[in-house]
Structures are given as structure tokens and as C-alpha cells.
Design a protein around this ligand. Structure first.
Ligand code: C5P
Length: 231
């Protein structure tokens, strides 16, 4: 796999990310209830890993901050594995200053249990109430300090996709939102394909057909390059 990745990088038509550092987040977070249990979601990390691989092939330095999962680390990337949203927040903030572009493909848990029990929770009560508290929104925090960096967020929606994407661009001060239509065949979490709209802060919208996640990754990078012209 390492030889293949190195060959691919050498043969890549475009080495248009040479000299750029790209920070990518991928996968789901795990929010602990006790040592054995956690709240998570169905993200596998495939989209974020595809972005990391495409960026490496195009000459970028890549830092990949990934939630737990089985995907092999993309050869050439510096990978930091994290578990919770708070850990991801910490790692992203550490790596952010050195990045030119941040691509936030991770499906970050919006809430975490207010307390993680240090011992296994027993089933002796009839009902169990868990209080959840809000996690910080990492992308919003980056948007508040983005300077000249390019910020790309993801959105998984089942209705009013473009409207929500525009709202997210504004709220999070991002440059581009990759909006997934999760109702469409070939889109979403576990598969190898995706169906997305690239919604840019400059008002441009590009709606793509069903493509492999790797092809989607390259289209995102094309758009990032266009947006970073002059930066
Ligand atoms: O608001 P929503 O969760 O739909 O936005 C998704 C985008 O925001 C993704 O790019 C995701 O990585 C990012 N996000 C984040 N921190 C959170 C929740 C989402 O960075 N706590």
C-alpha cells in the first residue's frame, strides 16, 4: 500500500498541493458513559480518509485526526487517533496553526454524557436517565479564528439541503460546505460512493452525480484550490 501510494503521488497529473498543509478530520467520535459503553454514530471515516489520500497524491502534507475505526492509515499522512469530541477539539486546535486548509469530514458527536462513570453502570434501577451536555462545535471555533485559511465543513441532510448548507456557511464562517443528500442512493456513511453539492461562500454551487468517495475528494480539493487563489 505504501509503494502504491508513493507511485500514485509520483504519477499524479497534478501536484497542485505541493507546499500546502491540510488538516483533515474523519470518522465518528465516542462519548463515554462508562468504561464499556459509549454513544457514537454510523460514520466510518471513509470520506475523510479519501480526502487525506487525494491530498497526499497531490503533494500536500496531511495531518489526519481520526475517530476510532478500522481503516488503514493513509501512507504518508501523520495520523492522530482520538476518541471523544473534546479530544478531537484539543487535537484540532493544536494542529490548526500550521494548516493552510482544514477539511472537517468527521461526524462529531453533538452531545456527551454529563458524567462518565468510572465503573460499569449497573442495571439495578428500572429506568436510567442520562443527562447529555453539548459538545463544543469545532468548526465554529475554527471559523472564529480562521484568518486566511480555507475551512471546509460537511453537512448530512435529508431535506432543504442547500438552504441548510448556506446557513452553515454563515454560522460557522466556513468557505465551503460539502452537503450530502443522505436520502439518495449511493450517498452517506458506510458506502464507497457519495452524492454531494459543493456550496461555496461566494455563492457558487456545484452539484455532483454519484461518484466514488475518492473522486468526490478530488472535486473538493479542486474547489479548495479555486477558492484559495490569491491567498
Ligand atoms: O452542524 P453540523 O453538525 O451539521 O455541521 C457539520 C460540520 O460541523 C462538519 O464539518 C463537522 O465536522 C463539524 N462539527 C464540528 N464540531 C461539532 C459538530 C460538527 O466541527 N461539535
Amino acid at each position: 500500500e505504501e509503494i502504491l501510494a508513493a507511485g500514485e503521488a509520483l504519477l499524479a497529473r497534478r501536484r497542485d498541493f505541493l507546499g500546502k498543509t491540510i488538516l483533515v478530520t474523519a470518522g465518528a467520535t465516542r462519548e463515554r458513559l462508562d468504561p464499556f459503553r459509549f454513544i457514537t454514530n454510523a460514520s466510518t471515516g471513509k470520506m475523510g480518509y479519501a480526502v487525506a489520500e487525494a491530498a497526499l497524491a497531490r503533494g500536500a502534507q496531511v495531518v489526519l485526526i481520526s475517530g476510532p475505526g478500522e481503516l488503514p492509515p493513509p501512507p504518508g499522512a501523520r495520523v492522530r487517533k482520538v476518541e471523544s469530541a473534546l479530544e478531537m477539539y484539543g487535537a484540532v486546535m493544536e494542529e490548526f496553526p500550521a494548516a493552510d486548509v482544514v477539511i472537517k469530514a468527521a461526524a462529531v458527536g453533538d452531545y456527551r454524557p454529563a458524567e462518565a462513570s468510572p465503573v460499569k453502570i449497573k442495571k439495578d434501577q428500572g429506568e436510567l436517565t442520562v443527562t447529555l451536555v453539548k459538545n463544543p462545535d469545532i468548526l465554529t471555533a475554527l471559523g472564529q479564528r480562521k484568518g486566511r485559511k480555507i475551512l471546509v465543513g460537511f453537512a448530512a441532510e435529508s431535506n432543504n439541503i442547500l438552504e441548510y448548507a448556506r446557513e452553515k456557511l454563515r454560522k460557522k464562517n466556513a468557505d465551503l460546505i460539502v452537503a450530502n443528500d443522505i436520502t439518495q442512493e449511493g450517498a452517506g456513511f458506510a458506502g464507497d460512493t457519495n452524492v454531494v453539492h459543493l456550496v461555496a461562500a461566494n455563492g457558487e454551487i456545484e452539484s455532483l452525480p454519484v461518484l466514488s468517495k475518492r473522486e468526490v475528494a478530488d472535486r473538493i480539493l479542486d474547489r479548495v484550490l479555486a477558492l484559495s487563489g490569491g491567498r
